[in-house]
Design a protein around this ligand. Structure first.
Ligand code: PSU
Ligand code: MN
Length: 297
């Protein structure tokens, strides 16, 4: 059911470290044509850090774990590629369509493939005014049900971060700040919320991962929250967020279009700042995920 790239097949055979990477960030989270360059660079960082990269996407109904260059190029350049979450997987494969996978769908497939490390940018979560819209990312439920270590820069700041943290607590999803006790805010180093626990090395994270099995709490994800080192200017961030949310409301943007719309709004209006930060985030997360994968193997 899954088609593995040659390098991923070999890494699985050798039981050597592998890092899964998502594709929605490429197709719906970063502007073309820079997205391809960035995706390649992120894969290179994983390799240089001693692990094998496995970018996950669906092409013509086939689930791919590890993409060849031309396949990655398709994901990056095809304007009609859809964003697929877990509920879409069987529909996309049956209809032989192509799709980029979200955090939820990517972690689901990574787990199916026997890969336990996953690097992304920012998690999905509870949207602002969710009490009216009921808009909660499927990433949350996936995190509760999928045993992968997910390295991210916290939840996207476009979200209701407080509500997202409450939901993660309810869903029993553990969070470790990497060298920090503050929950990162994606574009911002600090979302304004504290984390109870931190880890200061890849070895410590690997040890906590193993300890979960001993107490039978290894059915969920383990979130490693890695803050961006040079954040976006706070006043610019807050202004764009306010304007972007107002624009989304005025334009009637709903459902799975909300997140791509807001990310695109930031990219179009921040004079390159949101892109700079987003690139830094995914590169740093890929490198850290590879270090943890090495420590775990
Ligand atoms: N993080 C990024 N860029 C992105 C996303 C995350 O830096 O584009 C994507 C992920 O695929 C995540 C999705 O799963 O946004 C969340 O979408 P929604 O809020 O519709 O669940
Ligand atoms: Mn949603």
């Amino acid at each position: 059911m899954i088609k593995y790239s040659e390098t991923v097949v070999n890494a699985l055979k050798d039981k050597s470290p592998i890092v899964a990477l998502e594709s929605t960030i490429i197709s719906h989270g970063l502007p073309r044509p820079r997205n391809l360059e960035i995706a390649l660079e992120v894969e290179r960082i994983v390799t240089e850090s001693g692990a094998t990269s496995a970018t996950i996407a669906i092409l013509d109904g086939q689930i791919h774990v590890g993409l060849e260059h031309d396949q990655l190029e398709r994901v990056a350049s095809d304007e009609n590629i859809v964003k697929a979450s877990i509920r879409d997987l069987a529909i996309i494969t049956s209809k032989k369509k192509s799709a980029a996978t979200t955090v939820a769908a990517t972690s689901h497939i990574a787990h199916l493939a026997g890969i336990s490390l996953f690097a992304t940018g920012g998690l999905g979560g509870v949207h602002r005014e969710a009490w009216q819209s009921w808009d909660e990312s499927a990433d949350l439920l996936a995190l509760a049900n999928t045993p992968v270590v997910i390295v991210c820069a916290g939840a996207k700041s476009i979200l209701d971060v407080s509500a997202t943290l409450e939901r993660l607590e309810t869903l029993s999803v553990p969070i470790l700040g990497y060298k920090t006790n503050r929950f990162p805010g994606f574009y911002l180093t600090d979302s304004g919320f504290e984390l109870e626990y931190r880890a200061d090395s890849a070895q410590e994270i690997a040890q906590i991962w193993r300890a979960r099995g001993d107490v039978a709490t290894n059915q969920s994800a383990l979130i490693v929250a890695n803050p961006v080192s040079k954040e976006m200017e706070k006043s610019l961030h807050d202004q764009l967020l306010q304007d972007g949310l107002a624009r989304a409301k005025a334009d009637g943007v709903i459902g799975k279009d909300v997140t791509p719309f807001l990310l695109e709004y930031f990219h179009a209006n921040s004079k390159g700042e949101s892109l700079r930060v987003n690139i830094e985030i995914i590169k740093a997360n890929a490198a850290l995920a590879a270090q943890i994968a090495v420590a775990m193997s």
